[in-house]
Ligand binder design. Sequence first.
Ligand SMILES: Nc1nc2c(ncn2[C@@H]2O[C@H](COP(=O)(O)OP(=O)(O)OP(=O)(O)O)[C@@H](O)[C@H]2O)c(=O)[nH]1
Ligand SMILES: [Mg+2]
Length: 501
Amino acid sequence: MTDGGRAPTETPTDAPVGEGLVARVTRLCDDALARLSPGPGRQMVAAVRDRLTAPLTVTVAGGVSSGKSTLVNALLGQRIAAVDAGECTRVVTEFRFGAYERAEVIGVDGTTSVVALDRGRMPEHLGRPVEQIDRVVVSLSNALLRELAVVDTPGLNTVTEANAATSARFLGVTDREGAQTAAAVGRAEALVFLLPVLRKADADVLRGFAGLLGGTTLSSASSVAVLSKADRLDRSMDPVAAARPIAARMAGELRGVVSDVVPVVGLLAETARAAVFTEADARALVAVAAVTDPFDREDMFLSPEDFLRTDLIGIDPGHRRHLLGMLDLFGLQVGVAAVDAGARSAGALLKAFEQRSGFEALRTAVIGRFAGRAEVFKTQAALADLRRASYLQTDADNAMVLRDLRGPLERLELDGSMHQLRVLQVATSVASGGVHLPPALLDDVLAFGTDTAATPARVDAAAGAARWAAWGQDPRRSPDETRCARVMQTAYELRWEGARA
Ligand SMILES: Nc1nc2c(ncn2[C@@H]2O[C@H](COP(=O)(O)OP(=O)(O)OP(=O)(O)O)[C@@H](O)[C@H]2O)c(=O)[nH]1
Ligand SMILES: [Mg+2]
């Protein structure tokens, strides 16, 4: 049995990921737009159509000063997002592709003003009080942005005590900046969430995080968590490796919410990738490494103040501060170890920084997994938005045309080639806490969500279908759970057909 009563053989099984999905939904939008008169309904459908063809939006969110902007810079390979203080850290900033580099400041009143970038950096001032700014859209001619739009958000006041009542309060999304961050997460098509370091399991922080996904189309397939500033967690020479067990434990608690928890030293990744580290900096590190006595080195790297004050090296205070700002104590030690091993040039040192930063795992998640499935994520979000538009109450002139969307939408959703999307919707229901699954079934959803190419052996597929059928038929299931069970059962049946073919 399949949902919609269709035999699985009617549809191409395991069709290429997302093939033709965007084109089909675009056509649906165009057909509606041809009939819609000006009004909010038309605006909604036009916005859905625009978003379908725009690059995937990846939003970076997390606690105050957790390293979000630093990570955005690392992703872009450009030190553009404002780090530390300043007006820009308090507004949502979207980085999009554009040949003419500029920042557009969009006010809460809908007006837009253009501000020039300051030698490739965010300007110090945005021309109006941050309270009056909805968001800033920065156009950059940056290759990554042809594939992805990256959104930097103000920090959420994550509190770790367990007594906060709601997830919104818990994550600090009740103030202005928090509300704007929550709105940006709501618009996100993929999410990178920087988690605070949780020394022990803090179920409430994790629940609060899942709550943030409610009402979005995000799921474990499109979200990854980052354990940021790993070098602050552990003072060993390999903090990323040292943080892995903590990250694995957190990933266990966030199963079904995010695909993974990745420990990263964002600062080192930014310095490795953003073209800020020069040959003069490399020569300075060679000079630092000339201090070979292990006790002297230990003294020098005891604290930032010790590094600034030590008379063991002949580097001026300004340059020492600059090195600390780019590398912190951990990066300095990585640099010194690399020099010990023979590195002399900036290029060789940058390789060591990149490698120790743990950034590659995050890059793979964002650029490989998310960008690679952009079409599927985009279609899922578009269908959800169109469904919302079809129920719009505030546009009497267009009510008929909007309502008429429901039929084609339903047909599209029932089409076998859309099945991947339905599995993704199951993942979304699980991520937002709407559907609770026993561990074995959660494994199934995650396997389908992350590995679309794998075709399980026929017997596994048959057993999978049977597992879901049995669970779905239990009278204790809610309607949502029954729907999810049907979708997953069909997913296995389609695989089974595929294996047989
Ligand atoms: N040691 C260390 N410092 C880091 C790391 N990542 C960021 N920082 C520093 O932490 C400070 C805050 O970093 P930001 O990137 O501005 O953090 P943010 O989350 O964008 O902060 P807000 O936008 O103000 O909430 C800066 O001084 C960074 O240099 C890291 O991995 N290790
Ligand atoms: Mg920031």
